[in-house]
Design a protein around this ligand. Structure first.
Ligand code: FES
Length: 173
């Protein structure tokens, strides 16, 4: 059967007109979801605020041992030297994390060369410049990060943690 070439041409022309583009745009808009908006972590739990240090106590890329939310929960404060997501302080570069591995609770150590916290147990690694994101190993969650606030005097307060701390059944004291 012979096809009519003018019907094909008419179809292409009408698609390239405004009506054709409007129809295509409406079809795309109905398929794509609305733009996602960043929201605070739903896992963030507010603990009582606790002063951990002052900005003057921190040196760039030198870990400062702390405990939060209680004395049985070792952690670290870090001034990373460049602004990072979730970073506090005048330079947006102060972060805090638990130093108990979320896999099986081994103590983590800080590696200055790549600003990671590393586990000797099963070699999980966590990126301190990316909110404690796990970048290697057997843990199944990112490293719990402190919610920090720095006041006008430079005192650094932790006010919550954004993941479940290892060994705890809930983020409740
Ligand atoms: Fe850290 Fe297993 S305890 S990876």
């Amino acid at each position: 059967m012979k096809r009519c070439p003018s019907l094909v041409d008419a179809g292409r022309r009408s698609f390239l007109t405004g009506a054709g583009l409007a129809t295509a745009g409406a079809a795309v808009a109905s398929v794509l979801p609305a733009q996602a908006k960043a929201t605070p972590s739903v896992a963030l739990v507010r603990y009582p605020a606790n002063r951990l240090a002052n900005v003057k106590d921190l040196k760039i890329n030198a870990p400062l041992e702390v405990s939060y939310p209680d004395a049985d929960a070792p952690g670290v404060l870090l001034k990373l030297g460049t602004p990072v997501p979730g970073g506090a302080g005048p330079d947006g570069d102060i972060v805090g994390f638990t130093t108990v591995c979320p896999h099986k609770g081994f103590p983590l150590s800080y590696r200055t060369a790549d600003k990671t916290l590393n586990c000797p147990g099963h070699y999980s690694r966590f990126d301190c410049e990316k909110g404690g994101q796990q970048i290697w190993g057997q843990a199944t969650q990112n490293l719990p990060q402190y919610a920090l606030r720095v006041d006008a005097k430079g005192d650094i307060y932790a006010e919550g943690v954004d993941e479940l701390l290892y060994g705890r059944l809930s983020n409740v004291l």
